[in-house]
Design a binder for this molecule. Sequence first.
Ligand code: 5GP
Ligand code: MN
Length: 345
Amino acid sequence: MLTKVIEQAKIDHFSKWFVRADKVVIVSHVSPDGDAIGSSLGLYHFLESQEKTVHVIVPNAFPDFLKWMPGSKDILLYDRYKDFADKLIAEADVICCLDFNTLKRIDAMEDAVAASPARKILIDHHLYPDDFCRITMSYPVISSTSELVFRLICRMGYFGDITKEGAECIYTGMMTDTGGFTYNSNNREIYFIIGELLSKGIDKDDIYRKVYNTYSESRLRLMGYVLSNMRVYSDCNAALITLTKEEQGKFDYVKGDSEGFVNIPLSIKNVCFSCFLREDTEKPIIKISLRSVGKFPCNELAAEFFNGGGHLNASGGEFFGTMEEAKAVFEQALAKYKPLLTANE
Ligand code: 5GP
Ligand code: MN
């Protein structure tokens, strides 16, 4: 049995909307990850099974390793089909906002979603959600939005209507937001849910291979290159990896190729904080990815030094400037946070 994480009043409120709604739009954050796509498609399959008119819209493209997911071909990319997407958003009865906590995270879609008269619900697990939805289901203790979607569907009384396809999407989001159940994954209810998803016929081992073992040769070579230039700050238990645009060019870089790189330095003994600086391919910025193990709050560092945020152990931000300047800011941040980084020695 599962704990009732979502308050009953919110389940009842949404159930009322659900009965009346026909046109539903699901939106998720820019540069969608496995949980953004997994939770969106998990909810999409459920709503389709209930004969709703459903569209998933995300600001921009998502990585190839998620394209096998059932329903992914129906996802609308806002940067390519803005006019059609704007119409769907404006005419929706209900907009479900998944896996983000502030409208800023949906980029160019922000204005259209804010202006839509649709009823809006937030289903998310990031800290400190903004107040932009009539129903806010925000539970940072839950490790993925996909898990929340599963919990919501069950609490509404529709476990029986979850299809194998829907279960595959939900499982994918739960798996990717916990690094294959290696972090934020000690809640035993996660494994109860996995059992329920397996009962729908999903092949979890196959899903793992489809997500994690389908990389290109050039991606693996890029990983080797990036790691060969890694800098380890032993005195701070930290590591830094970087990737410039010029280097991306040498390795036929395609978006998503550096996905997961930031986690690798954490496999070094004693390294509990990892930073990845990457020159963005689309915008003139340096994209920052931060990861930590244990109590080190990389979201605080992201907010203070890189105009960002996120979770305790996984956060990010953006930097306007050169790679050298970004590195210098990172080193300033290390100096400031050194006491915390070395607290457990
Ligand atoms: P990633 O390193 O995978 O890009 O991002 C990890 C997490 O950091 C995301 O799930 C998100 O919560 C947070 N994050 C990433 N980039 C940003 C950003 O620019 N601003 C904020 N506020 N959070 C970010
Ligand atoms: Mn998530």
